[in-house]
Design a protein around this ligand. Structure first.
Ligand SMILES: [Zn+2]
Length: 480
């Protein structure tokens, strides 16, 4: 392993020297004279002025230091032996392990296992990491962990069994009383059902709801935006999206649930809900989402290209400090940020719509899973914006509201410090470039018991608590 590591370092140095195509562009950001925040070790950093220049990387699969940095999210997708003749990726015998990682040495050992493709990382925080262990790597991984006295629990014994049980097929009677659409919030639905629901709303509530297509995915699927508004001039605006990451099925289910609650209860909603222009994009990565239903349940990126190294991580493709820490230059990596900022039609659609709109944006909420976090900028590094205390206070209030709605504990904090630095995220762009005050990424349930494979029975409780958090952010946005 040490030899491999040395080799990688040598390769990085050699390739780095030979490669003249990466333009080094100096970033113009202001450090507020090294001003400390109240968060230990975290400085305050203002947004960069104007449009951020972006570094266009070469697209040749160059391995850089960033490829191997950062525990979570740097995975290379599972290889082709998992693809079965019928075209579906199966995870029979793969297990999810929760590992106690409290030292640098342990983190490095895991990074080594990941780079050797023995494991893939699912999620984690400062003390534990969830890893997916392939069946033929179990012994090797176990020995490596035991040798370093690293403790672990097996949380999913057979991942394929968990996938098979996650989303039981609905009986036809479950669709009774649906009144013109097929969403139940008792199951994870395919794209057609989600689209059908949006059409239904636009047809049924023409005075309240407007539906538009803001772009098309790589494979030509429409990216749709539903606006709910009482039409009053002067309304402030909030953006809510889901499904940037394909496998995070709970997020489109949650966003549509929130829409449904607003519409069913509109007349009784408080002023700070009614007098907001709401923009919902329930599914920003429709190609990836369909792919998780038909081929690989654990697909994360969009569907540019084909094969093992297909796809761009859309949440590393936004144009604020694009290409920095926690985003990979390696197209095969799960966190590959693309060939340039907004290179992908899915993110470009969001950029074009928000930057071209005259709405008075005050809130931006991007739903992800999993981990139960309410995260705010900055994500690109362990720094916070000057008004971070406002974001923290509203985040804490939202976490309280989640508990009040019967939900579990959600951790609040700046993304780069609470999890790990990850540049090119949508919330950093919303805050940094679009200057939207209350920009959040909310990582929904769970804590790693099921991870991405959250059983459908959790949709309603999870969505209900998310709605409680949205209402708090709306209240703050209304007066912002
Ligand atoms: Zn995500």
């Amino acid at each position: 392993m040490a030899k491999v590591a040395v080799l990688v370092v040598v390769l990085v140095v050699v390739l780095g020297c030979l490669d003249g195509t990466i333009a080094r562009i100096t970033r113009s950001h202001k450090l507020l004279t090294e001003q400390q925040s109240n968060i230990p070790g975290v400085k305050i950093e203002e947004a960069a002025d104007g449009e951020e220049p972006t570094t266009i990387a070469n697209n040749e699969g160059l391995i850089t230091n960033e490829t191997t940095k950062g525990l979570s999210d740097g995975n290379v997708a599972f290889d082709d032996d998992f693809i079965q003749p019928e075209g579906r990726v199966l995870y029979r015998g793969s297990q999810l392990w929760k590992i106690l990682v409290d030292t640098e040495e342990k983190a490095e050992l895991l990074a080594g296992l990941r780079d050797g493709e023995e494991i893939t990382m699912w999620g984690g925080n400062a003390s534990t990491v969830d890893i997916l262990v392939k069946p033929d790597a179990r012994d090797k991984v176990r020995k490596a962990l035991d040798a370093e006295n690293i403790k672990y629990d097996i949380t999913i014994d057979d991942l394929q069994a968990a996938i098979d049980e996650e989303n039981p097929p609905l009986e036809e009677e479950d669709f009774d009383n649906r009144n013109g659409h097929r969403l139940t919030w008792q199951a994870y639905h395919r794209l057609d059902d989600l689209q059908g629901y949006l059409d239904f709303l636009a047809e049924t509530y023409p005075d309240l709801v407007k539906l538009q297509t803001i772009g098309n995915s790589v494979n030509g699927r429409p990216i749709r935006l539903l606006k709910i508004s009482n039409g009053q001039t002067g309304n402030k605006a909030i953006w809510i999206d889901g499904g940037i990451h394909a496998r995070e099925w709970i997020t489109p289910a949650t966003v549509t649930y929130i829409i449904n609650q607003f519409i069913s209860n509109w007349e009784n909603e408080p002023k700070y809900i009614q007098n907001i222009d709401w923009y919902f994009a329930p599914l920003l990565n429709p190609d990836g989402y369909e792919y998780t239903h038909t081929v690989d349940r654990l697909w994360r990126k969009n569907r540019r290209g084909s094969g093992r190294c297909a796809g761009i991580d859309l949440n590393r493709n936004f144009g604020y400090r694009w290409g920095g820490s926690g985003s990979s230059k390696n197209p095969c990596a799960e966190t590959y940020g693309g060939s340039g900022a907004f290179s992908e039609p899915e993110t470009a659609a969001v950029q074009k719509f928000i930057s071209g709109s005259s709405a008075k944006w005050k809130g931006y909420i991007s739903f992800h899973s999993y981990g139960q976090y309410i995260l705010y900028p900055w994500g690109y590094n362990r720094v916070v914006p000057p008004d971070y205390q406002d974001l923290e206070a509203v985040g804490q209030k939202a976490a309280q509201a989640i508990k009040g709605a019967g939900g579990p504990s959600y951790t609040v904090g700046p993304a780069g410090n609470t999890l790990y630095p990850a540049a090119g995220g949508s919330d950093d762009w919303a805050k940094g470039t679009m200057k939207i005050k209350y920009a959040y990424t909310i990582e929904l349930r769970d804590n790693g018991r099921y991870g991405f494979v959250l059983p459908a029975s959790y949709i309603q409780p999870t969505a209900k608590e998310a709605l409680a958090a949205v209402k708090i952010i709306a209240e703050a946005s209304y007066t912002a």
